[in-house]
Design a protein around this ligand. Structure first.
Ligand code: NAP
Length: 434
């Protein structure tokens, strides 16, 4: 019997486990290990709480977790509770599916001021990630600047704009819902260092901004090239640009505004003791499509700055790391002898949830090619892990434990909402009587 460990129970981890279980068809045992007591990673903590249809993919993952060859082992931090070296001693192969949960830094003066947050922190706060439960973002000023023109920036702008009623069927956590309802932010500026044709926002998500109850999006017609130039765009981008053009014509008849400020490169964040304004330099595109400064500097009022410029994978001791790419150094998912990576930890933070499926299957195929079912000396696998965790006093959670937590969260849900997430380790473990 082959023994495998997949580290990280987000989409990449689940697809890899699914692929390994299929390919070994009963000839392998797979432990899906997560540092949190609850599964799903990005699906639970990254996907926006008002995008429940995207989160529904977790039901497919449940089937994977309930396969008898598979075991969810939560509340175990690889790197501190157990090392990679130890895991390689216990299992035939180890796959790192640890995602990219760390914020990339802007690298500009003032980034350390109160009121300047990375998107991982801000998104983690409204999605109930335990690391950010106490973030308490400042929402008492009137204006927010959101840096970046990707889908995460869009999520953050939408969440800052929605009314309590618009969150009715979401699973936004109670602490965020209350704080957002009291928020004084009326002006939201989405800051892009390039132009409308270079956005990384997808049409469906961008279109949502045009239908908000209390906010209207605005673009400036002058920022767009001639409409004929849109024909050369890839269809998805063309559709997004169509939305952006329509936003230039929208009436400003709602209490909140979302302004797209294109061709603006962040230079500094200023304020006395806390963020008050974002200083930007006007840019233009050079022949390669990169942004270059024009020397024109101006300020955007911002008591809250959320930078949504991408993520990196946290390094793990003993695992080769690609500093520039912010991910594990790997060749098609292979890090080293019997050590693999998948998903954002392999490719960097891009693509949709579905992109992780072929990624996980490809790595599982490589493992299957390298390790025939049943071959090689028997490894201790999960039994060995349990012994080691017991010696260290680590209280792992099982998928049945998660089901109990899930039931407690569903029972505590606001009317119309699917769940009220528990957000702290102590609360999760209390449900389990620990
Ligand atoms: P992203 O799509 O890579 O966008 C990052 C944005 O940050 C880009 O506009 C980039 O501009 C900008 N940027 C990078 N460095 C910057 C800097 N130093 N100063 C100013 N701007 C900077 O990343 P993301 O928004 O974090 O999304 C990650 C992935 O998750 C994407 O694949 C996204 O589609 C996906 N996602 C999907 C959804 C959904 O609802 N479908 C929701 C959230 C995330 P340049 O283009 O100029 O580099």
């Amino acid at each position: 019997m082959r023994q495998f460990a997949v580290i990280g129970s987000g989409p990449a981890g689940f697809y890899t486990v699914e692929a390994l279980a299929k390919s070994y068809a009963g000839g392998a045992r797979i432990d899906l290990i997560d540092r949190l007591p609850v599964p799903y990673g990005l699906i639970r903590f990254g996907v926006a709480p008002d995008h429940q249809s995207i989160k529904a993919v977790s039901r497919r993952y449940d089937k994977v977790a309930e396969d008898e060859a598979v075991r969810f082992v939560g509340n175990v931090a690889v790197g501190s509770d157990i090392s990679i070296e130890e895991l390689l001693g216990l299992y035939d192969a180890v796959v790192l599916a640890t995602g990219a949960p760390n914020d990339r830094k802007l690298g500009i003066p003032g980034e350390e001021l109160a009121g300047v947050l990375g998107s991982a922190a801000f998104v983690g706060w409204y999605n109930g990630h335990p690391d950010f439960a106490d973030l308490d973002p400042p929402l008492d000023g009137g204006s927010a600047a959101i840096i970046g023109n990707g889908n995460v920036a869009l999520d953050v702008a939408r969440i800052l704009s929605k009314t309590r009623g618009e969150f009715a069927e979401s699973d936004i956590v109670g602490h965020a819902l209350e704080a957002l309802e009291r928020s004084a932010i009326r002006s939201i500026t989405l800051v892009g260092r390039r132009g409308p044709h270079q956005i990384a926002m997808t049409p469906k998500e961008l279109g949502e901004l045009g239908h908000l109850e209390a906010a209207t999006p605005h673009t400036k017609s002058d920022d767009f090239p001639d409409e004929a130039a849109d024909a050369a765009l890839e269809p998805g981008v063309r559709k997004s640009v169509g939305h952006l053009r329509a936003f230039a014509e929208m009436a400003a008849d709602k209490p909140k505004r979302i302004d797209f400020d294109f061709f603006a490169r962040p230079m500094a964040i200023e304020g006395s003791g806390r963020a008050e304004r974002l200083i930007v330099e006007r840019t233009r595109l050079d022949d390669s499509g990169a942004s270059v400064g024009t020397g024109e500097i101006y300020a955007i009022p911002a008591s809250l700055v959320v930078s949504c410029i991408g993520y990196s994978t946290p390094p793990i001791a003993g695992v080769p790391y690609d500093e520039r790419g912010g991910k594990f150094a790997n060749d098609h998912g292979v890090i080293g002898d019997r050590l693999y990576c998948v998903g954002w930890a392999r490719r960097g933070p891009s693509g949709t949830i579905g992109t992780n499926r072929p990624d996980g299957y490809e790595v599982a195929e490589q493992i299957a090619a390298a390790m025939a079912p049943g071959g090689g000396p028997a490894k201790p696998g999960g039994a060995g892990l349990d012994t080691l965790l017991a010696e260290r006093g680590v209280q792992a959670t099982s998928f049945a434990d998660w089901r109990a937590i899930e039931a407690a969260e569903a029972a505590a849900a606001r009317e119309g909402a699917p769940r009220e997430k528990l957000v702290r380790h102590a609360d999760w473990l209390a449900v389990l009587g620990r």
